[in-house]
Design a protein. Structure first.
Length: 336
């Protein structure tokens, strides 16, 4: 095959590859290159230049072919099941939605077995100075409403998780989880009623400074007949409110009260006039319950997920599992 014929073949093949892989725009560019090069007889004076151009076209064609083959291989790996001996990479599993292991299942069954002594202490958290009894955990069996004792002990395990993460890998947002009595006291007595609650020497975690070492301050909210969750997102400069029965509605009372508390407390503890009153209040489109008794579980898990910086990727279908896992986490005094 002479040079001109080779050039014609290379041009045609490259044009086809461009059209297949990158659409008409790149193919039209190739057509302009072809017209600029011309298709007349090869002249001795232009022989070297034409050879160079033909070689470049052939290299373009080879690159396109390699790219197409690599793309097909990536697609094949996505759609074909893994071959024996070549397992697919493990998918990231949400630790909250994985099934209970044997130890966790046994803890749940032992805690809620019928006929046990309701006064028996099943777990203690020395940092928060809390104890929980079998009777306290009876609320974890559906369709019971969660009580303050169970939720507050769970908040203690989340604070312990935060402490471990700060001392170790530092993968999570730095958080503090108040107990359910904080907002109740704020609501009934105003700022003066909770003024001392955020003092480092008064917190159960001695020396923890929520105004200097926290990205998020998280609250389980227990009001008559309903549980919700709120967050002062210091790092994000916003107030977040999550209600599993909101159905898109907005209730400003809780987030506005917490915004005012944080502004006053920051001024009191740090002598800073932080414009918290200008921070937006966000009512997240959060998972919604489909019954009248799981709001406490939703609120507790909102706290958990916010503390991990995790997407709220759960729903009503996870509530039975979440109850079981919360019992196991409480009984072993550890949340992951």
């Amino acid at each position: 095959m002479d040079l001109e014929a080779a050039q014609e073949v290379a041009q045609a093949s490259a044009w086809k590859s461009l059209r297949q892989d990158f659409g008409g725009g790149a193919a039209r560019l190739m057509e302009r290159v072809s017209r600029a090069m011309g298709r007349g007889p090869v002249r001795d004076a232009a022989q070297q230049e034409r050879e160079r151009q033909a070689a470049e076209l052939l290299e373009v064609q080879a690159q396109l072919e390699r790219s197409r083959l690599q793309g097909r291989e990536r697609l094949r790996r996505l759609v074909e099941p893994p071959r024996e001996g070549f397992p697919a990479p493990p998918e990231e599993v949400d630790p909250a939605t994985r099934p209970l292991d044997a130890e966790e299942a046994a803890l749940y069954e032992a805690a809620l077995e019928s006929g046990g002594d309701p006064g028996e202490v099943l777990a203690s958290n020395t940092g928060a100075n809390l104890h929980i009894t079998r009777g306290d955990l009876a609320c974890m069996r559906p369709p019971q409403w969660l009580n303050d004792e169970a939720v507050n002990f769970y908040m203690a395990t989340l604070n312990d998780r935060d402490a471990r993460d700060r001392a170790g890998p530092g993968r999570l947002p730095r958080c503090h989880f108040f107990n359910t009595f904080f907002y109740a006291k704020l609501e009934s007595a105003g700022y003066k009623g909770v003024k001392r609650w955020s003092m480092p020497k008064k917190l159960v975690y001695k020396g923890k400074d929520i105004h200097a070492g926290c990205d998020r301050v998280i609250f389980p909210i227990h009001r008559p007949g309903h549980w919700t969750c709120a967050m002062v997102d210091v790092a994000g400069k916003r107030i977040v409110y999550l209600d599993s029965m909101s159905n898109g509605g907005e209730d400003p009372e809780v987030p506005e009260a917490l915004a005012e508390w944080y502004k006053l407390d920051r001024a009191e503890k740090k002598k800073e006039d932080l414009p918290v009153d200008e921070w937006p209040i966000e009512y997240w489109d959060c998972p919604q319950q489909r019954n009248g008794y799981d709001c406490g579980v939703f609120a507790a898990k909102f706290c958990d997920y916010l503390g991990r910086g995790a997407e709220l990727s759960f729903g009503q279908e996870h509530m039975a599992l979440f109850r079981e896992r919360m019992v196991a986490d409480i009984c072993r005094n550890r949340a992951d």
